[in-house]
Design a protein around this ligand. Structure first.
Ligand code: LIP
Length: 279
């Protein structure tokens, strides 16, 4: 049977390539930085321009589809996941890296139907690595199949997370305590590349074994979650329970055993949901 979403995925790869080119070109000039929710929540004119480019290109081809885009939501658009075919877009995942020229900057796009992820595309555009995954058809980097390390032993694992300043001191202390708890297992190391989507693709490629985060968004998670699960990995909630795309929290790991072991070392803190009405 024909794949009903094949054309969407092909278009997604093309538009991610175009977006990546715009981002690379923007890096050649001065990057003017603006702030969103805090002094460390950065946004640039390029984030906004690239999101407009992606959405207008997809809308021209698939006018009935729905969208959740990071910068559109920042400008007041709703962030509710419905059963409709929905494109979830992070035009620059790793904006802080983009601002500093730190080389993990990605375009992350995922596509859901009936709230299920059908495919994901993550273009790490400075590295020129195009990660793609269609449900049931495997994960690829620049057209070559990728797979997770298969590591089950937490004490032999390389773990990724992001270390962000948190205004709420209790949450800040819990984030640091979680780092301490995992380092003391001990694991081989903790790394912080700065783009959630790239982090998941690194686990998908076997270059790292797990990634955990509380406080990110559906647009940071969706593309990488597709790539990771198709590469043989698992995406779970931070508690070790089932993953919820709108929950703003996840553990992404090479194996369920590793994810569950890490979950036992992570204290949960409140981060709210992307779908603010709780649906
Ligand atoms: C960022 C993430 C990064 C995380 C930040 C933020 P943005 O996405 O990918 O890893 O630490 O909290 O969500 O804002 O650059 O799209």
């Amino acid at each position: 049977m024909d794949d009903p979403w094949q054309e969407c995925m092909e278009h997604c790869v093309e538009v991610a390539k175009q977006a990546g080119k715009v981002i690379r070109e923007a890096l050649q000039g001065d990057v003017a930085v603006m702030h969103k929710s805090s002094q460390v929540d950065l946004v640039t004119e390029t984030d906004q321009r690239v999101e407009r480019l992606i959405i207008s290109s997809i809308k021209a081809k698939f006018p009935t589809h729905s969208f959740i885009g990071e910068e559109s939501v920042a400008a007041g658009a709703p962030s509710i996941l419905s059963d409709e075919p929905t494109w979830i877009i992070d035009p620059i995942d790793g904006t802080t890296n983009f601002v500093h020229g730190f080389p993990f900057v990605s375009v992350s796009i995922g596509f859901t139907v009936k709230k299920e992820i059908e495919f994901g595309v993550v273009y790490s555009c400075i590295e020129d690595k195009m990660y793609t995954a269609r449900k049931g058809k495997g994960a690829f980097c620049n057209g070559l199949p990728i797979k997770v390390s298969g590591q089950e032993d937490v004490s032999r694992s390389l773990v990724l997370t992001e270390v962000n300043f948190k205004k709420d001191t209790q949450r800040f202390d819990m984030m640091l305590a979680n780092l301490r708890s995992i380092l003391a297992i001990p694991v081989h190391g903790i790394r912080s590349p700065g783009s959630a989507a790239v982090n998941m693709c690194l686990v998908a490629s076997g270059a790292a074994d797990a990634y955990y985060h509380q406080g990110i968004h559906c647009w940071d998670m969706v593309g990488g979650a597709a790539v990771l699960t198709e590469a043989g990995g698992v995406v779970l909630d931070i508690s070790g329970g089932p993953f919820d795309l709108m929950s703003r929290r996840l553990i992404a790991a090479s194996t369920p055993a590793l994810a569950r072991h890490l979950a036992g070392h992570i204290a949960e803190f409140h981060v709210g949901r992307d779908d603010a009405d709780g649906s």
